[in-house]
Design a protein around this ligand. Sequence first.
Ligand code: C2E
Ligand code: MG
Ligand code: MG
Ligand code: MG
Length: 300
Amino acid sequence: YDAKHRGDASAVYTAESDHNSPERLSLLADLRRVLDAGGAHRAERSGGDAGEIAMYYQPQVRIDTGEVVGVEALLRWRHPQRGMVDPEELIRVAEQSAVMRLLTRRVVDDVVEQLAKWAAAGVQLRAALNVSVRDLHTGEIADQIAERLGRYGVPAGRLQLEITEGALMADPRRVLATISRLDRIGVKIALDDFGTGYSSMQHLRRLPLAEVKVDRSFVLGMAAGGDDAAIVRSIIDLARALGLRVVAEGVEDERTWRLLHSAGCHVAQGWFYARPMPADELVSWLARYRPVNPAPPSLN
Ligand code: C2E
Ligand code: MG
Ligand code: MG
Ligand code: MG
């Protein structure tokens, strides 16, 4: 679907879809510049200025109790000329180049460091970060994650990976090898955007998954009363039958939350609770947050 139709994308820059467009190439060049500078300037960035690229964090909430069980880390790039770059577009462009490797390295570094900072401040959170299947074609990411967790003393259970099947899985064996290694380290794996991929069902059978995330395109349509609610309910049933945790993303209103509650969904994420926000804002949000009362059973 068209990312421009999303509610949070009002002032978002979108590159031409043409692969070799000057727009796309200049976006990639800019991204490389920011990522190259990132390592050298990390110390300077710590004074509150997060730099052009920053991770935002969105709470994930247990539907039955309202307890915050974790956050999803989402990339934000505020380009000095273009303004906020649409993350989906950015990833699509980066994925076709070697820059994706640098970007994922940066995301892993930032998120693990953030987990350590929160822990030092007494905030024990679990964070999920997004990777594309292409990041899993080598074991490099598993090495990096193991190294970072060790260096910052962050327990592996605090980190989760959300895999998006953005492209047909080119090398399933190597992806499986990387995922299995992460699983052995103790990093849990979620299958993101479930229902939209090329072969989601096969992944359920083959990969050591802990969680399935229902794609927000289905969740957004639930309250309208069409087929989406039935699709979401059957994804929830399937995931539960396989012993997987189900997370619904894109929960924007109370009605959707109630429908998810009666359908047996474990965790919800969406604007109904909170938008993605910078790390320090999250701490004050958590301090203010009061669990939403679980929905009454009457909607069953
Ligand atoms: P995703 O992983 O499926 O992330 C969920 C998306 O839903 C996020 O979009 C989030 O802001 C949005 N969202 C959350 N709640 C609501 C809601 O209630 N309503 C609506 N309309 N949207 C909601 P975002 O941040 O624009 O990211 C888009 C996609 O870009 C992500 O989808 C993910 O696939 C990719 N992405 C973002 N950050 C990263 C990253 O660090 N690495 C990689 N590889 N991909 C990333
Ligand atoms: Mg995700
Ligand atoms: Mg998703
Ligand atoms: Mg997505």
